[in-house]
Write a protein that binds this ligand. Structure first.
Ligand code: SF4
Length: 106
């Protein structure tokens, strides 16, 4: 490879993009997640969950409207009886009985 080799240029561009994503997100870039029902459950200890005050049981939520839960949120898509996906946490499933401060009525 010489300094003007297109393959070398693509390699360096790809490395720079990956490093840039790692710096911005604090973690290395990951491949797209698998099927929605295979996504890991969001954990309350997850920093992103804590930032949105996510709890897996809406009864423990501080500030939730009565009856509000992930299952009644416009951002929720059910993938099983007790869990679903949420556009706020695209790498995880959330509990149908969960809640976070981004809850939005249907
Ligand atoms: Fe649940 Fe809605 Fe919050 Fe997502 S945005 S975690 S579905 S309450």
């Amino acid at each position: 490879m010489n300094a003007h080799d297109p393959a070398r240029r693509r390699l360096l561009t790809g490395l720079a993009t990956g490093i840039g994503l790692a710096v911005v997100t604090g973690s290395p870039p990951t491949r797209a997640a698998g099927a929605p029902d295979q996504l890991p459950m969001l954990q309350e200890q997850d920093p992103a969950a804590q930032a949105s005050k996510y709890v897996s049981d809406a009864h423990r939520a501080k500030g939730a409207e009565p009856g509000a839960s992930c299952a009644s949120c416009s951002l929720y898509t059910s993938v099983s009886a007790d869990a679903g996906t949420c556009s706020v946490f695209p790498s995880n499933r959330v509990a149908a009985d969960g809640w976070c401060s981004a809850w939005s009525s249907i």
